[in-house]
Design a protein around this ligand. Structure first.
Ligand code: GH3
Ligand code: MG
Length: 456
């Protein structure tokens, strides 16, 4: 995996050193000698990751990080703070400033490549989702994520360890977001089960566990679809560096070295939870956009576009399997008059009501769509002509049987006219729809509120 890395440090030799290490591993490197320059380059060049020195004259690393995270052009770029050795306070401050991770000087190769690779992986995973989301936001159909809201949601941490507890976790509770509960588990298999049930939001794995191979647990978690994206934090002691490297290769999201600082633990937990929620948010908003693209917003039925795509698929399947497929075209009678008499809002209300009655009259496997103003199409796979007629008559009764009640209490009779057609050999979707439409036209001509078959 390669990536474009922006290295920021006021001291040229430091920049050169990191640049050389990264280039040797085939990363592309950009450099900046101050916070201001870093902000400009990040916005213009869109690196995949920023390595940011803390101690700089002018804008220091914390402030630079805060500004990068507050800028809509750069907030999504992962930032790794480069701090002096063992400046615990700096690390925590960096995470608070929104940094995604940190490295200590002198920077060790293992840690450097582990952080850069894991953050690049995360960014690649979210980039596509983010682009779609931003397109949705530009079109005004989606709102931009408010990241601070993520801290207010409830979360469960599953701590997998042989020990009774992880003291730093309990002591760190004051630094954790408010609604966090911690569950301990010493049985790795039970932990995996709980994860598959979607219970914990984040897993802490103690790499010094002896009752079970903790690395095997990491790989098992990453191997299953259900749990692949769960945030995983490893806890290791200083003499377990090789374990940490292995764990990172297996996809662990982050790690902490013992003795654990409770504030750092809390900060890392918060960062991981935010990241996960961010992905979840992007995902669900993507589903929402997708839904908007195929649903009719007024009635909740599928729209014409989806009818074209899915209907054609159903027609193809019917041709292949030789099973019958039927099609109904349904149009509300004298709808213009209803609109003219009762107003457009009443018209909308009736459209919704009729759509609901249509939906309950057909099977879940039937494809019910609003194809135009007050016209609907229903594609029914595995349905012979006789059944299609029965269903058409059921729809007719479902509409005319009960008066529609308007918001102001008035009630009125609504009827529909229906045309029925059956898929013939060689038919395309458009052909079978057209014949149903012609049959519908005859229903209208013959006095409305009736079903006509194409063959009649
Ligand atoms: P027919 O029985 O022959 O179908 O007569 P009709 O009045 O139903 O047909 P026509 O095509 O003349 O009029 C359809 C009307 O549907 C015209 C339009 O104002 C109304 N309409 C179309 N879309 C909507 C909508 O989304 N909301 C509302 N309220 N009315 C709509
Ligand atoms: Mg009509």
């Amino acid at each position: 995996m390669t990536a474009r890395v922006l290295v920021v440090d006021d001291l040229e030799p430091n920049v050169k050193l990191l640049e050389a290490k990264l280039r040797a591993e085939y990363f592309e490197v950009m450099t900046a000698l101050s916070g201001e320059e870093a902000i400009r380059i990040a916005a213009e060049q869109q690196p995949d990751i920023v390595l940011l020195d803390v101690m700089m004259p002018g804008l220091d690393g914390f402030e630079t990080c805060e500004r990068l995270k507050a800028n809509e052009k750069t907030w999504h770029i992962p930032v790794v703070m480069v701090t002096a050795l063992d400046q615990q306070a700096d690390r925590v401050a960096g995470l608070k400033a929104g940094a995604d991770d940190f490295l200590t000087k002198p920077v060790q190769d293992i840690a450097l490549f582990a952080r850069v690779k894991s953050l690049t992986r995360f960014k690649q995973m979210t980039d596509e989702l983010r682009h779609r989301h931003e397109a949705g936001a530009r079109m005004g159909v989606l709102s931009q994520a408010d990241l601070s809201k993520f801290d207010e949601q409830h979360a469960t941490i599953l701590a997998v360890t042989d020990c009774e507890s992880i003291p730093a976790l309990d002591q760190g509770s004051e630094h954790l977001p408010k609604h966090i509960s911690v569950v301990y588990e010493n049985d790795a298999r039970m932990a995996l089960e709980a994860l598959r049930r979607g219970e914990p939001d984040l897993v802490l794995i103690d790499l010094s566990m002896e009752s079970y191979d903790p690395l095997r647990l990491c790989s098992a978690i990453r191997a299953f679809d259900m749990t692949r994206l769960a945030p995983l934090l490893a806890i290791a002691s200083r003499d377990e560096t090789r374990h940490v490297v292995r764990a990172l290769e297996l996809g662990v999201s982050d790690y902490l070295m013992t003795p654990i600082d409770s504030e750092e633990l809390a900060a890392r937990v918060r960062t991981q939870l935010r990241r996960m929620r961010h992905i979840e948010h992007l995902r669900s908003s993507f589903d929402q956009t997708l839904e908007m693209a195929i649903m009719d917003q007024l009635t909740g039925l599928y729209n014409r576009r989806f009818l074209g795509a899915q209907g054609s698929r159903l027609v193809e399947e019917a041709h292949k399997s030789g099973e019958p497929l039927a099609c109904l075209m349904v149009d509300i009678d004298h709808f213009k008059m209803v609109n003219d008499t009762y107003g457009h809002d009443a018209g909308d209300h009736i459209l919704k009501e009729i759509a609901a009655r249509l939906t309950t009259s057909v099977r879940g496997s039937d494809l019910a769509c609003r194809t135009g103003g007050e016209e609907f199409a229903i594609i029914m796979p595995r349905t012979p002509r006789e059944s299609a007629h029965e269903i058409a008559n059921r729809v007719l009764r479902a509409v005319s049987g009960d008066k529609v009640k308007l918001d102001d209490g008035q009630t009125l009779d609504v009827t529909v006219s229906i045309g029925v057609s059956i898929l013939h050999e060689g038919d395309k979707l458009a052909t079978v729809l057209k014949r149903a439409d012609e049959a519908l036209y005859r229903s209208k001509q013959n006095g409305r509120n009736q079903v006509t078959d194409e063959a009649a």
